[in-house]
Every structure is written in C-alpha cells, then in structure tokens.
Design a protein around this ligand. Structure first.
Ligand code: DGP
Length: 114
C-alpha cells in the first residue's frame, strides 16, 4: 500500500523533516494540533498498530521512541511534557495507513481526548 507518507519518505512530495535515520523519519504535521506537532514514522510500510509484531518490530519501535525523546528535547518540550498518540483504524481516527506516532507538545493537553 502506497500512502502519502511513502511519497514523503521517497522525497516525491515535500515535508518539513526534523529527524531522520536509516529506519525512521520525522516531519511536521501539515495540520498541527499543538505548537509542536510532529509525525514519527518507520520507513518500512506497516499500515497500523494491529500490524505490529513484537518479535519483528521491537527494535524499530524502540527507535521511534528514541526519536520522540530526541525531538522533544530539541523542540524544548521534554521538561514540561508532551503527548504521544498512535491512532489505529476507523474508530481510532486513523486517516493515513502508514504507522505513525504523533508527538504533540508546547501546550497543556486535555483529557479525555475527543
Ligand atoms: P492520523 O489521523 O493519525 O492518520 O494522522 C494523519 C496525520 O497526517 C494528520 O494529522 C495530518 C497529517 N498529514 C496528512 N497528509 C500529510 C502530508 O501530506 N504532509 C504532512 N506533513 N502531514 C500530513
């Protein structure tokens, strides 16, 4: 499945990229919901959370969390805290079927989420 995020990975469409390794890419969300809103994605195509296999993807997920922590520090939001969200499927509100972690920060988050 080829999503808009594959096109960002392949540099076919532009994005404001803030972090990249061999396996992970992070870029600013086109429709930010907080002063800092960054999407952290694996470069391999995993459509959604229910496609994650612990035995196969543990290291990759660790790299995504490492990325989140590094970016949060770089953005100056690590100390006050932030929110990491992975929407899964229709009821989860997922729109793009390429696994991604939302990193949201720079303001007080509310609970419960909408
Ligand atoms: P989700 O609803 O969890 O699937 O979130 C998808 C996010 O992707 C949404 O917050 C908007 C963002 N998005 C969609 N298309 C693009 C794009 O072309 N560029 C960027 N930077 N973000 C996009």
């Amino acid at each position: 499945m080829n999503t808009i995020f594959s096109k960002i990975i392949n540099r076919e469409i532009p994005a404001n990229i803030v972090y990249e390794t061999d396996s992970v890419l992070a870029f600013r969300d086109i429709n930010p919901q907080a002063p800092t809103h960054i999407l952290i994605i694996p470069k391999i195509e995993i459509p959604k959370v229910t496609d994650i296999k612990g035995s196969e993807h543990a290291e990759l997920l660790g790299e995504m969390y490492d990325a989140a922590n590094k970016i949060a520090k770089d953005e100056g939001i690590a100390e006050n805290g932030f929110r990491l969200v992975m929407n899964c499927g229709n009821n989860g509100g997922q729109e793009v079927y390429h696994l991604h972690m939302h990193l949201l920060g720079g303001r007080q988050m509310q609970w419960p989420p909408g």
